[in-house]
Every structure is written in structure tokens, then in C-alpha cells.
Design a protein around this ligand. Structure first.
Ligand SMILES: NC(=O)c1ccc[n+]([C@@H]2O[C@H](COP(=O)([O-])OP(=O)(O)OC[C@H]3O[C@@H](n4cnc5c(N)ncnc54)[C@H](O)[C@@H]3O)[C@@H](O)[C@H]2O)c1
Length: 267
């Protein structure tokens, strides 16, 4: 075993679903959770990317299952939940992490852009939570963790639809915490700041046509002065909070948003 191999630990025996786990923050969650002993359903609209993350988990001795899903489609979400139950027999934790980013000046944001971003980032959280909650209610416990954002608290002019969608995720975190507490289910949010992932390079490609990773990284550096700790983050900066929220250590916490942003939003 190497240092990256499964070492067992805080999530032994738990079954965790991570949506949007084919890339970026979700892939970081999936590999870190598996390294703590969880069986991880790596679910993503990009089935090939999900398979790659599962291969990496298995190479390190972990347990993973790739399931293609479109979080905006209830039938697809139901099929995903059935596939996870068929493979692992139970579900302990759901991470609603799938999301898309849109940068567009406020005045030119279109109906179509609004609908797309609100569907993936907002409706997707509602549908996945509803479908997994049915299982949690039957077993009398469960945890839901939603990927929010600094934009949930502090919207900027060029990310109006995205920020509205992330405010919706925070609101859903609060409403579902209230709705599901009587069934022993907790719901919390993680608020990443500026995290270096393909979300940003994709946006940079769309904006400039440049696929150069160095250009996209340089564009991210523009945000550095807004971060108290003086650097953008990586998925590895966010994963420890995901492990904590998935573990029994968070059992008495619900309805909360934990910012992991290097100090952008001060609450
Ligand atoms: N990167 C950041 O700076 C940052 C900051 C705050 C919040 N977030 C949030 O973190 C989450 C992950 O972002 P990321 O930076 O890792 O992005 P990413 O683009 O690297 O990964 C997002 C994943 O979601 C998947 N996805 C997109 N639409 C989907 C759908 N309809 N159904 C299922 N999967 C779908 C994509 O295929 C992709 O694998 C998002 O919710 C994002 O809003 C990111």
C-alpha cells in the first residue's frame, strides 16, 4: 500500500453518492471519501469521466461505482438511486455537487441561460434530495450535503443567474433541513470560494477561445486580492470538510453553510 491507498477510517462502511463527481471538486470529494473507507457512487452526466474517477479509486484499493445521470431529469435520478442500492445495498450520504457556471453581464442574461443554470444547479438539488430522501426516511437517518458557493451569500454583477442558482441551493439547504429533520436527516452546505477546476477553464475557453491552461490560471489570479489567505483553492482544500460532514462527527449539525473559501465571505 502507498500513502494514497485506502487507509480505512472515518467513513468505513458508509455508502456515499457524489453528483458531478467526474471532475473538479466532486472528483476530489469522491477520492477523499473513498480513501476514508466509504463506498462511493461517482455520478455524472459525463459517464466516461465518472468511470475514470472510479478507476483511480479502485487502483488505490477503494470501492467505487460509476453511474451516468442527468440531475435535471427525475427518471434518470431514480435510475441512479436504484443502481446504487443494487450495488451497495444502502445509502448513507448524498452530496449534491453537480453544477455549471455562467458568466454573463446582468443586462444581457437571457431566459435560456437563466433556465439552464437554475435547472442544473437548483432543480437538480431538489430532485436528487427528494429521491434519496425516500430511502433515508425508510431507514430513519441520512445526510445531505449541498455544494453552495460564495455566490450564495454575495452575488456579483456578471454572475447573476449563477448566483441566483446558488442562493437557491442555500435556501433548499435550509428548507430541506427543516423538512427532513423529523426523519433523522441532516442537511448542510459547503461554500467553496475560487477553486481551480475545469468550471473556470471551460468558462475561459467560452469567453476567449483560448484552451491554454496557463491563460485560464492567470485569469483566476485576478481574484486573489479578494481572498484573505492570498491564493485560489484546490479541490484538496475543500475535501476535508466533505469528510467531516459525511462522518458521524457532524451528527449534531444541520441547516448550516460552512464556507471553504480562504476568507472571501465573512459570516
Ligand atoms: N470551482 C469553483 O471555484 C467553485 C466555487 C464555488 C462553488 N462551486 C461549485 O462546485 C460544484 C462543482 O464545480 P467544479 O468546479 O468541480 O466544476 P467542474 O466543471 O469541474 O465539475 C462539475 C461536474 O458536474 C457535471 N455536471 C454538469 N451538469 C450535470 C448534470 N445535469 N447532471 C449531472 N452532472 C452534471 C459535469 O459533467 C462535471 O463533471 C458546482 O456546483 C459549482 O457550482 C465551484
Amino acid at each position: 500500500m502507498t500513502g494514497d491507498d485506502v487507509r480505512g477510517g472515518r467513513l468505513d462502511g458508509k455508502v456515499v453518492i457524489v453528483t458531478g463527481a467526474g471532475n473538479g471538486i466532486g472528483a476530489g470529494f469522491a477520492t477523499a471519501l473513498a480513501a476514508e473507507g466509504a463506498s462511493v457512487a461517482v455520478v455524472d452526466i459525463d459517464g466516461g469521466a465518472a468511470e475514470q474517477v472510479v478507476s483511480a479509486i479502485r487502483e488505490r484499493g477503494g470501492r467505487g461505482l460509476a453511474v451516468p445521470v442527468d440531475v435535471t431529469d427525475r427518471a434518470s435520478v431514480r435510475a441512479m438511486v436504484s443502481a446504487v442500492l443494487a450495488e451497495f445495498g444502502d445509502i448513507d450520504v448524498l452530496f449534491n455537487n453537480a453544477g455549471i457556471l455562467l458568466k454573463e453581464p446582468y443586462l444581457s442574461t437571457t431566459e435560456r441561460q437563466w433556465q439552464k443554470v437554475l435547472d442544473v444547479n437548483g432543480l437538480g438539488v431538489l430532485l436528487c434530495t427528494q429521491e434519496v430522501a425516500r430511502h433515508f426516511i425508510a431507514r430513519g437517518r441520512g445526510k445531505v450535503i449541498n455544494t453552495c458557493s460564495t455566490s450564495s451569500r454575495s452575488p456579483s454583477a456578471h454572475f447573476a443567474a449563477y448566483a441566483a442558482s446558488k442562493a437557491a441551493v442555500l435556501s433548499l439547504t435550509h428548507s430541506s433541513a427543516r423538512a427532513l429533520a423529523p426523519y433523522g436527516i441532516t442537511v448542510n452546505g459547503i461554500g467553496p470560494g475560487i477553486i481551480q477546476t475545469d468550471l473556470w477553464s471551460q468558462m475561459h475557453r467560452d469567453e476567449t477561445g483560448s484552451a491554454r491552461a496557463a491563460d485560464s490560471l492567470a485569469a483566476l489570479d485576478d481574484y486573489t486580492p479578494t481572498i484573505l489567505l492570498g491564493r485560489v483553492g484546490t479541490p484538496g482544500d475543500v475535501a476535508p470538510t466533505a469528510i467531516f460532514l459525511a462522518s458521524d462527527d457532524s451528527d449534531y449539525i444541520t441547516g448550516q453553510l460552512i464556507m471553504v473559501d480562504g476568507g472571501i465571505v465573512l459570516q
